[in-house]
Write a protein that binds this ligand. Structure first.
Ligand code: AGP
Length: 612
């Protein structure tokens, strides 16, 4: 996510802002910038790290006791100097920094272009500051009123800070959907995405609420109003968290924070793409390749690790929905086995980091054979995002924990949207089924929240099995890739050997492993080939295996058979992976913590395998 920080008070702003940016680096970013006000408005910004910004401003005029700074996690527009924040209005009297996504920026941008505005960047943020300038010039209102009017025209999420050259003693801030904290010191104010840049100066904070605007003026009390122009009394709280806790949002580890973020990250993966009211799905990033996809005789998905598991779910989804044959390949195998490829083939490369060497090599091989290569990445402007012909970003936000969690569910969401979009174009899904799945997909973030509430129950089960040496994960159909993903999570952070299998494979060997020391995790939700999974559970039970079952809420049959069960909300069969994976993420997390493992940086692992 982007990071914002701002300051107004008696001190030099620059050192406070720079330190604030360093505090926010953990959020993940690809460019940084700073704006200082001192009778003039100065913006310094560059691609890369905060340390590169520091070098960039060396020798420049960094005076001023009011300013703001930003670390950008690119969502619209490549990570580069032009697209970095802050952005200036056309007349260079206003500056803005922004964390979030303005969904209707394209419409606003074309309206502003018709009114003679030019744009230097590809960002949604620059559109907003031009809109604010336009309102000031045409409606002759103060900057805070222009911000309020503009925000009533914006659809999307924002945490913004605005500085105005004409008002060097004023900061305007506002938020909706993206976090913002205001620190209140002695005659000084701090604004940031979270409390990490603030906590060393003051522990008195105000958490701005959605659709609130803060007007901060030197020497005056904080004023807050809603975008509907209703004054709000600032609710000042005392910060209880320490620095390292704040970086993890109060969670003990990034992995747990990221598991808990999945309701929002799944929502963000659908934002602007799932249009239930209109009964359509749009994926702007691949719209120029839709015909190519419709004409292809097969789709090959290539990825590694967890992304490969998402690809397996994608195989079931795309074949189910769009009736196009799909093959899923480990990138490391695909790149060396001289696969038969042609111009007719469509390849989908899936990668959270967008830097996995084997997947990058698989992409180059496919392109060299004339295939069309699409990407599903989480990092905007990453190598894989740039190497593919087109693609779809997952918008899951930075994933810091080495074990991939929210990226997996976001990849599955994008693959679901992809399958639905192609099914809609090909007419392989009835209108009623299509609409039913869209409605259910829209309900998933709320069901994810309900599933995460099972955390305590999962922790109790983890405590029983934290010392096992082996475990099996079994599932059928859409839940087979979930079984693989659950097993990978356990082995990579707790170092317990775990294997995932299609449940029916038990009879072909693995059942020899079953005894009273072997916990077997069944994903046994009621949809799909449910009865057969019941038989598999009975086979394991007959051999004294310990059964941990992920079941559909209210399923009484499996409860009688399992030693432990975790009930998740019911949903469409094809959407079960989005929910069933969560208790498995939590199970592996708690077992790893109980075993004293380094959950966020497990031994021998890197977040991105950029070497072969
Ligand atoms: C998953 O928890 C692991 N961190 C690993 O398997 C990862 O999914 C794999 O290395 C692929 O990474 P990518 O998605 O960034 O390409």
């Amino acid at each position: 996510m982007c990071g914002i920080v701002a300051y107004i008070g008696p001190r030099d702003a620059y050192p406070i802002l720079l330190k604030g940016l360093h505090r926010l680096e953990y959020r993940g970013y690809d460019s940084a910038g700073i704006c200082l006000l001192n009778n003039d408005i100065r913006v310094f910004k560059c691609k890369g790290k905060v340390s590169e910004l520091e070098e960039f401003v060396t020798g420049k005029n960094i005076s001023g006791t009011i300013g703001m700074a930003h670390t950008r996690w690119a969502t619209h527009g490549e990570p580069n100097q032009i697209n970095a924040h802050p952005h200036l209005s056309q007349n260079k009297t206003l500056a803005i920094i922004h964390n979030g996504i303005i969904e209707n920026y394209a419409v606003l941008r074309s309206e502003l272009k018709n009114r003679g505005y030019q744009f230097a960047s590809d960002t949604d943020t620059e559109v907003l500051i031009h809109l604010i300038e336009d309102i000031i010039l045409n409606e002759h209102v103060p900057v805070e009123e222009a911000v309020r009017i503009a925000l009533n025209q914006v659809i999307g999420a924002y945490a913004i800070v605005i500085l105005a050259k004409e008002f060097p003693d004023k900061i305007i801030a506002a938020r909706k959907g993206s976090p913002m904290v205001i620190g209140i010191g002695e005659g000084e104010f701090f604004i940031a995405s979270d409390a990490t840049p603030i906590i060393e100066y003051t522990d008195h904070v105000v958490y701005l609420n959605d659709e609130e605007i803060a007007i901060i003026e030197r020497g005056q009390d904080l004023k807050i109003k809603t975008i509907k122009n209703k004054n709000q009394t600032p609710y000042i709280q005392k910060l209880e968290l320490n620095l390292s806790e704040i970086e993890k949002g109060g969670f003990d580890h990034f992995m747990l924070k990221e598991i808990y973020e999945q309701s929002r990250s799944i929502h963000d993966s659908m934002r602007g793409r799932l249009h239930v009211d209109q009964g359509i799905v749009t994926l702007g990033g691949i719209q120029n390749y839709e015909q190519k996809i419709l004409n292809t005789k097969r789709i090959i998905i290539t990825a590694c690790g967890t992304s490969w598991h998402a690809g397996l779910v994608g195989e079931y989804l795309i074949e189910d929905l769009a009736r196009i044959p799909v093959e899923v390949e480990y990138s490391s195998e695909f790149r060396y086995r001289n696969p038969v490829l042609s111009e007719e083939d469509v390849i989908i490369a899936i990668s959270q980091s967008g830097e996995t060497a084997d997947t990058l090599a698989a992409i180059e091989l496919a392109k060299s054979k004339g295939a069309t290569v699409l990407g599903i990445c989480n990092v905007v402007g990453s190598s894989i995002a740039r190497a593919t012909h087109a693609g779809v970003y997952t918008h899951a936000g930075p994933e810091i924990g080495v074990a991939s969690t929210k990226a997996f569910t976001s990849q599955v969401v994008v693959l679901t949207l992809f399958g639905l979009l192609i099914a809609q174009r090909k007419g392989t899904l009835s209108k009623s089924n299509f609409q039913r799945i869209l409605l259910e997909l829209e309900s998933i973030p709320a069901k994810v929240d309900r599933t995460i509430k099972l955390n305590e129950k999962v922790r109790e089960i983890a405590h029983i099995y934290k010392d096992v040496k082996n475990s099996l994960y079994l599932g059928r159909g859409y839940n087979f890739p979930v079984a693989l993903e659950g097993a990978l999570k356990l082995k990579e952070i707790s170092y317990i050997h775990a294997e995932g299998y299609p449940a029916a494979e038990m009879k072909h060997g693995p059942i020899a492993l079953i005894d009273e020391h072997m916990p077997v995790v069944f994903i046994a939700t009621r949809r799909g080939i449910y009865d057969k999974v019941i038989s598999n559970i009975e086979e394991v039970k007959a051999r004294k295996g310990k059964i941990i079952a992920i079941i559909t809420e209210g399923d009484e049959s499996v409860k009688k058979l399992a030693d432990h069960y975790i009930e998740i909300p019911d949903t469409e069969e094809m959407l079960v992976p989005l929910l069933a994976t969560i208790p498995l993420q939590l199970l592996s997390y708690h077992i790893a913590v109980m075993r004293g493992c380094n959950v966020d940086q497990p031994r021998n692992l890197a977040k991105s395998v950029t070497v072969e």
